[in-house]
Design a protein around this ligand. Structure first.
Ligand code: ASP
Length: 437
């Protein structure tokens, strides 16, 4: 059994959190390769180390002093060193980083130092070898990760090291400089390391006990999802229910490795398992989760005999393409076609877009419905379960929610519903209650 673990910033925010992390790692000898983030917030008004480093970069760019901010950073690490009782000084590291910042180092190098120092300390505390991410995570010229090369090098390193701590978030650019993933990117490092180690599980430790069936800001105390498939996760995270960086899924999914979302503060809680294939499609609640997003616009195009007009859809989509727009959904009827687009991307071009569609396909009518919310009801338990869609729609009608659009994937894994934004929260609660309470 081999486990790769990744700990997020809140799990490493101070010495007390470092100790919890070390206890988790030491409690299971299968927990061998550990990826860490930079220390995060200790409370709601605190600052993340990565943000402080970014602030240093901006100060330098604006030719201002970094002294105060840099001191905040070093004192955070010094507190951790003292709290862990480590007999080391980071002075040399600080001096090197400070000198690099003052010499106009790029923002990637500067922000990467949060993870670097975090991993150095964790390796020291655990007495594990430290493997620098710049020696094993490689990027391509276009900024994407070179998965093949990273995995090849990591595999080789793992033949030499049975245990290791690796900083998340950054790696090496082809010119030898440091490159980072987008924010939250330590999840991706963990996923690559898990794939390279051919781990039995990728444990992603954070400050929540897994994924919830619905947004807790809308539904009171929603249930935790025990098991979810990668496909279901994709449907829910597309709708904004994220616990992981989107790009973190790919390396482990490809290697058929499950992800276990766990809570550093409640380590006994089993959390959520994200699996390539579920043990069973029978789920007590039938649905796995419900999520949604506001801020959608529907452009509804009607034309008699549209179905027999070859190339109609293509022409409409060409207009979108010319405006650099992507669509979220494309439900269609016999003589109607609806394009659902994120409203934010339409702010500047809505008028021109509809005018061009009119010019290109000469429809009988074109109407624009704004302030639409989309809701995805997701669950492998719905596949073949008679009446699950009926349950969704009767719950919505009982709560006076007018359904403006329905799109059911042919896999029956999800039903997507468009409702007025004002009814968004009511709709989420109604659907959740219909299945869970
Ligand atoms: N420290 C980085 C951030 O704050 C990366 C990470 O934590 O995953 O975004």
């Amino acid at each position: 059994m081999l486990k790769v673990l990744k700990f997020g910033g809140s799990s490493l925010s101070d010495a007390g959190q470092f100790k919890k992390v070390a206890d988790i790692i030491r409690s299971d000898p299968a927990r061998r390769y550990v990826v860490v983030s930079a220390p995060g917030k200790r409370g709601p008004h605190d600052e993340k180390i990565t943000d402080l480093l970014l602030q240093c970069f901006r100060l330098i760019r604006d030719r201002r002093s970094i002294d105060e901010t840099f001191e905040k950073i070093t004192s955070r690490y010094d507190e951790i060193v003292a709290g862990l009782g480590l007999d080391i000084s980071l002075k040399e590291e600080y001096d090197g980083i400070r000198a690099a910042i003052l010499h106009h180092a790029d923002p990637e190098y500067i922000t990467s130092r949060g993870e670097y120092l975090s991993a150095r300390l964790m390796a020291q505390y655990l007495d594990f070898p430290f493997i620098d991410a710049e020696d094993c995570i490689f990027f391509n010229e276009d900024g994407t990760v070179d998965l093949e090369e990273s995995i090849r090098v990591l595999k080789n390193l793992f033949t030499m090291y049975d245990y290791a701590v690796i900083p998340g978030f950054y790696g090496q650019f082809p010119d030898g400089s440091i490159e980072t993933f987008s924010r939250g990117g330590s999840d991706i490092t963990g996923s690559i390391v898990a794939a390279a180690a051919n781990a039995d599980v990728y444990e992603n430790w954070t400050d929540v006990s897994g994924m919830l069936m619905a947004d807790p800001r809308i539904v009171d105390d929603p249930k935790t999802i025990e098991e979810i498939t990668y496909r279901e996760l994709r449907e829910l995270s597309y709708m904004g229910a994220t616990v992981l960086h989107d790009e973190a899924i790919f390396p482990v999914r490809k290697a058929h490795i499950p992800i276990n979302i766990r809570n550093t503060n409640i380590p006994d809680n089993p959390g959520t398992m994200i699996v390539p294939k579920a043990q069973s499609n029978v789920v007590d609640t039938i649905i796995t989760g419900v999520a949604g997003k506001r801020g959608m616009t529907a452009i509804n195009i009607e034309k008699d005999m549209m179905n027999s007009e070859i190339g109609f859809g293509k022409k409409v989509l060409e207009v979108l393409e010319e405006h650099g727009l992507s669509f979220e959904h494309l439900p269609s009827g016999i003589d109607t076609m609806t394009v659902i687009i994120n409203s934010a991307s339409l702010i500047e071009c809505k008028g021109a877009l509809t005018a061009e569609i009119v010019k290109k396909v000469n429809p009988d009518s074109i109407t624009v419905t704004e302030n639409l919310a989309l809701i995805a009801v997701v669950g492998r338990g719905m596949i073949g379960t008679v009446g699950s869609a009926a349950r969704v729609f009767s719950a919505l009608s009982q709560h006076g929610v007018d359904v403006k659009m329905i799109d059911q994937g042919s896999s029956q894994l999800s039903v997507i519903i468009g409702v007025d934004e004002k009814k968004y929260e009511d709709a989420i609660r109604a659907i959740y209650d219909a299945f869970v309470k």
